[in-house]
Design a protein around this ligand. Structure first.
Ligand code: ADP
Ligand code: ADP
Ligand code: ZN
Length: 214
């Protein structure tokens, strides 16, 4: 099954994607994670993307579409994939359709996680990640069970994202409403779009998504 998770920054896409990865046994393809890996590796593309990401803008469609095309061609995507953070523009959505139909494939389902803007800033400003295994946490809603120790791997080093500041969240939200929200009707018209209430707690959001999958 090929699924897209939509939602503004901080909606819980990554959190839910990690759970669905296990449940459905398909990989999460996060363009944000891929870009951060490129920034960390110091590649030319990473250097160009870094500035745009820090400003809360969007990296160019060409770069992103190329990245996803290569990733979808990999073996582990044969039985399906879960897109997180892509497509974010109408041009990306069209390019995705073209690349999939070229191989006789399509998007089966899109799920939009809806959360009020005011809640998103709070979530993002309290988000942190295990540096060792990448598990995501939240100081308020999803802390580690033992203070300072990752539940998943026992790691004791954590990091926060350079763009997870109140100021940058504001511009990322603006970008979402201006450029990504207009993509949603494209999938609504296809009759494959589903909305879940992302204001509920994490387990309830997972339950709502499972209902959609059934
Ligand atoms: P969030 O988890 O907060 O929604 P992401 O990790 O998905 O954010 O993305 C971080 C940043 O990476 C974005 O603000 C944007 O600059 C860039 N980015 C990620 N995905 C895309 C995309 N599909 N198109 C353009 N830029 C992207
Ligand atoms: P996205 O990938 O959409 O940017 P994340 O999955 O990283 O969002 O979630 C943003 C932050 O909010 C994380 O710190 C996460 O632990 C927390 N979070 C995710 N879903 C919920 C929820 N339903 N209720 C409360 N906090 C949540
Ligand atoms: Zn860990």
């Amino acid at each position: 099954m090929n699924i897209i998770l939509f939602g503004p920054p901080g909606a819980g896409k990554g959190t839910q994607a990690k759970r669905l990865e296990e449940l459905l046994n398909i990989p999460q393809l996060s363009t944000g994670d891929m870009l951060r890996a490129a920034v960390k590796a110091g590649t030319e593309m990473g250097k160009r993307a870094q500035k745009i990401m820090e400003e809360g803008g969007l990296v160019s469609d060409d770069i992103i579409v190329g990245m996803i095309k290569d990733r979808i061609a990999e073996d582990d995507c044969k039985n399906g994939f879960l897109l997180d953070g892509f497509p974010r523009t109408e041009a990306q959505a069209e390019a995705l359709d073209t690349m999939l139909s070229d191989s006789g494939n399509k998007i089966d389902l899109t799920i939009e996680i809806q959360v009020d803007d005011t809640k998103l800033t709070e979530r993002i400003c309290n988000r942190f990640t295990c540096s060792q295994c990448g598990a995501g946490y939240n100081k308020i809603s999803q802390p580690t069970q033992v203070d300072g120790v990752c539940d998943k791997c026992g790691g004791t080093e954590f990091s926060t994202r350079a763009d997870d500041t109140a100021e940058c969240v504001a511009s990322r939200l603006e970008t979402y409403h201006e450029q990504t929200a207009p993509v949603l009707p494209y999938y609504q018209h296809k009759g494959i779009h589903h909305i879940v209430d992302g204001m509920a707690d994490i387990d309830r959001v997972t339950e709502a998504i499972k209902k959609v999958l059934n």
